[in-house]
Design a binder for this molecule. Sequence first.
Ligand code: TPP
Ligand code: DXP
Ligand code: MG
Length: 601
Amino acid sequence: MQIKEKSTEELIQISNKIRERIIDVVSRKGGHFSSTLGAVELTLGMHKVFDVRKDPFIFDVSHQCYAHKLLTNRWEEFETVRQFDGMCGFTKPKESDADYFVAGHSSTSISIATGAAKAIKLKNEDRVPVVMIGDGSMSAGMVYEAMNELGDLKLPVVIILNDNEMSIAKPIGAISKYLSKILAGKFYQSFKARVDKFIRNNMPEGTTYLAKRVENSIKLITPGILFEELGIDYIGPIDGHDIEEIIDTLTIAKSMNKPVIVHARTTKGKGYKIAEGQHEEWHGVGPFNIEDGEFIKKSSDKSATAVYSDALLNLAEKYDNVVGVTAAMPSGTGLDKLLDKFPDRFWDVAIAEQHAVTSMAAMAKEGFKPFVTIYSTFLQRGFDQIVHDVCIMGLPVVFAMDRAGIVGNDGETHQGVFDISFLRFIPNMVLFAPRDNQTLNFALDFAYSLDKPCAIRYPRGAFKELDYKANPFVLGKSELLKDGKSNKLFIAYGAGVSKAIEVEKLHEEDIAILDLRFVKPLDKDMLIKLSEKYNSWYIFSDSQKQGGVASAILELLSEENILNISVNSFEYNDIFIEHGDTKLVEKSLELLADQLVKKVI
Ligand SMILES: Cc1ncc(C[n+]2csc(CCOP(=O)(O)OP(=O)(O)O)c2C)c(N)n1
Ligand SMILES: CC(=O)[C@@H](O)[C@H](O)COP(=O)(O)O
Ligand SMILES: [Mg+2]
């Protein structure tokens, strides 16, 4: 859509049309909702003042990018947002040249802009990176690493701080309080008013020394002083829904030819009354009824998250050294219940996975038993902290990795498929997994009793209910669920167990099934014993093949010089897995039970 020549009136009409389209499509298909509704005018401002064909448009997380997509030739295609084979819910350069960078994990935008600005300078080009970042995403360390350099280099970058005073949940921490204080403006204004009065009443014209001191103290509380001190000019706060004010401010910011933050106040959910304001449940939604905002419920099965949350609550009630942390995902991880019940022992540390890991390492050192509860995909951020601060120290921190496996509509950036690969090679780490709700309860008991770092994983949504009796975990011990009459053995890990059972039922042969339980340490005795009876092994796990479960088993077979076994992995291949309904994605990967059974035959 060409908007460069549009008047303010026309832009207001366009903003209404964009909102209608977002509300209509998301109400039927689901998707990220309130962030993008709140960012419509700011996005229009970006497109009016900057040139998307040459200036890098960088959206942090990019869950707020729907208006941008609609403005860049994707009006019709938007119907397919987050659907299998359809448009991605995040920015994706493969989808459009207007999408400068992939995003999905937060707080990368200012680093991207800084890199782009350096390149633009070296290439001597006339382009200016423009960033949109939310207040919640200002908590992560990367933002400050980037500003530290950007403010020093003074390269032209315009950063729009889209402040709706919300993360997914209520934002946490000192930075968030600082931003809110600026928005409220009360402290600044009342102080300034008092100082003005003092100068007027007490100082003769031209008074120098004292006047300067007073002036300096005003400067100290100027809004945005934090950014100014870092070398980044600050403008704001402005009304992030007033198109004219946005365009004027962005025009000035762009002309300044240095790093500038434009602080805009917005309302999350703007334009859909029921979602407007601080309503966590409207951040990301499934289909809903537009008239009354009722969500169309899909499944009533208890999610693995809810089972984990209840089990951890039980543990926390029993043992007062149990503590835990979430990084800005209280309801997503089920830690909200624990934050309510034990506010002194459970923390939301905001988007700060690295800090979450290291601070809990220190708590473990002090004798507490921390449960670091982070989605598999976001724990990637805390990798070095797991190696350096937890595992070298051998501290008994539990990593509870929610959203393991294919997560569905979020896609590539959010698939929880790498955790086994990136944790398995770390010395001291123990990796085990529940196969269903009951074993998830046992997994927590075992994790509590273990005096080493360990990680468990469980999927988005609900486990399948299984007929096998659940038993407590014993370190390094697997469980043979059934013997078989053929030469085949199914070895399954975590949610892979239900898949193996499903395939076995569809298969005409009677096949043995082993629930591996531990991928580190492996149950060496059991695997050696089974190698004497079965020589065709099939590995089931909803995780990456490279460095995964089959790799671990092959390493063992090779070490033991057992060379007569064929090992077939049904883990994920070496690709980034696209978004869409989980079943359809699995089908495209040929990993549905009826597809696997043919491969086994
Ligand atoms: C590293 C990382 N941790 C957690 C998340 C999950 N997450 C996505 S959006 C979001 C809130 C971001 O808040 P803000 O930037 O203020 O955007 P808003 O939704 O308010 O527009 C969170 C925690 C993420 N995407 N990346
Ligand atoms: C953008 C983002 O990272 C989150 O909003 C994420 O999409 C939440 O995923 P769940 O729906 O699995 O909690
Ligand atoms: Mg926000």
